[in-house]
Design a protein around this ligand. Structure first.
Ligand code: ADP
Ligand code: MG
Length: 289
């Protein structure tokens, strides 16, 4: 469990404080008068009643609905409005690109959508759940079970092997160590890195490290997968291959993938493209593939 600490720092996950995990489903009818399961976690009935009232039935196949999402940093003269009253809808089965120049608010927006950064105003509804009304434990569950986030610089732990890196979300869920490593090895195979599980990330190329980060993000089978500038540190060909791979192998009907990029070379893989500028969504168009 010594490896839990750095991961906690990134995701602010409060694994020890959380109640034991239940099987999937949200929000379910109480299984007993006292304990109920929801969204991969447990809570008491009082909390669930509150939940039940905040859950809206998702329309069609809408995965994410953001409304009037706003975030600023600093106050007074130093105040920067990073995201300004943004609205967006993303669907299951869709690979949605968010493009725009550096500093336009892309990372800030996705951090709010993925439950990492609390907005100053606005609402994020994921699968019908208003995520910013959740308490800290529920948010930690949401980040652990529903969202996979692939960071621009991978955030792999250099002293852990690739398989251990991929296994982290399972370890955080208190799954058995050996079982987690076996599962991680399967996911390494999915991303084309079979037999690389025992080596340290530093021995891998940039593209391979990106795949390890993707394997770690999908090992919990998250329905929402977010990749922030996945090709920024890769050469053009490798970047395209990674995105083609994500589209072919990772996207499916019950998954929604959001990709932030300012790399126009990969736009052809988008189902839809939202353009961001100065904290606003300025335009929307269809991808070409
Ligand atoms: P992008 O991902 O499109 O490059 P960001 O979301 O990182 O843009 O940043 C949007 C704006 O918000 C920028 O002006 C950036 O400097 C500012 N910003 C982002 N994070 C912080 C922060 N933690 N503190 C202060 N300003 C920030
Ligand atoms: Mg960014």
């Amino acid at each position: 469990m010594k490896y839990v600490v750095p991961y906690k720092q990134i995701f602010d996950a409060t694994i020890e404080a959380r109640p034991p995990l239940c099987k999937k489903g949200y929000p379910e009818t109480p299984v007993s008068p006292k304990r109920v399961s929801f969204f991969g976690g447990c809570c008491d009935v009082t909390t669930t009643i509150k939940w039940a009232t905040t859950v809206q039935k998702p329309i069609d196949n809408q995965a994410i609905i953001a409304t009037d999402l706003t975030k600023w940093f600093g106050e007074g003269e130093t105040k920067t409005i990073a995201v300004n009253a943004v609205g967006l809808v993303a669907h299951f089965g869709e690979m949605l690109f968010i493009v725009g120049p550096s500093g336009s608010g892309k990372t800030t927006m996705l951090s709010m959508i993925s439950g990492i950064l609390r907005p100053n105003a606005g609402k994020v509804t994921v699968k019908g759940i208003d995520i910013w009304t959740l308490n800290n434990d529920q948010l930690a569950d949401f980040r652990l079970n529903t969202v996979g986030f692939v960071f621009q610089d991978y955030h792999l732990f250099p002293r852990l092997t690739t398989a251990e890196n991929v296994a982290i979300p399972l370890i955080l869920k208190q799954r058995d160590w050996n079982e987690s490593i076996t599962e991680a090895t399967k996911y390494l195979e999915i991303v084309g890195l079979k037999d690389r599980g025992e080596i340290l990330p530093v021995k891998l190329s940039g593209g391979e490290q990106q795949r390890v980060a993707i394997a770690r993000a999908i090992i919990s089978s998250p329905e929402i997968l977010i990749l922030d500038e996945p090709t920024a540190s890769l050469d053009g060909d490798t970047g395209k291959k990674i995105i083609a791979f994500v589209k072919e192998k990772i996207l499916n009907k019950s998954r929604c993938i959001l990709i932030v990029t300012h790399d126009a070379r990969i736009n052809e893989y988008a189902d839809r493209i939202l353009h961001m500028e100065d904290g606003h969504i300025s335009a929307s168009d269809k991808g070409t593939q």
